[in-house]
Design a protein around this ligand. Structure first.
Ligand code: FES
Length: 109
């Protein structure tokens, strides 16, 4: 497991997300209204919708495709829906954000 710096807290809008391309696939990094940060794969457990384009409310995100609500803390679908998306360990040091990846990021080019 390798901690990779992925940018600054200020890169991500409150209640929004930003994507990071990694060897593990595309990861969505979310910011809540009260400045908590979470990371999951950018793939809804329902039909693979881009969770990074959903709206964050509390510590959950609503998928933009069919409105499933996914917990950012556990990756599990909330309510009557069943399924889960893998969560990625995230660490914050001041304004810097790090993800724990199984392999280091590919260098561009
Ligand atoms: S793909 Fe996310 S709710 Fe259907």
């Amino acid at each position: 497991m390798t901690w990779i710096e992925i940018g600054s807290t200020t890169d991500i809008p409150r209640r929004g997300a930003r994507c990071v391309e990694t060897p593990q696939g595309r990861i969505a990094v979310f910011r809540t209204m009260d400045d908590q940060f979470f990371a999951t794969e950018d793939r809804c457990p329902h039909k693979g919708g881009p969770l990074s384009q959903g709206i964050v409310h509390g510590t959950a995100v609503t998928c933009p495709l069919h409105n499933w609500v996914i917990s950012l803390e556990t990756g599990k679908a909330l309510g009557a829906d069943e399924g889960s998306v893998p969560t990625i360990p995230l660490r914050r040091e001041g304004e810097r954000l790090f993800l724990a990846l199984e392999r280091a990021l590919r260098r561009a080019g």
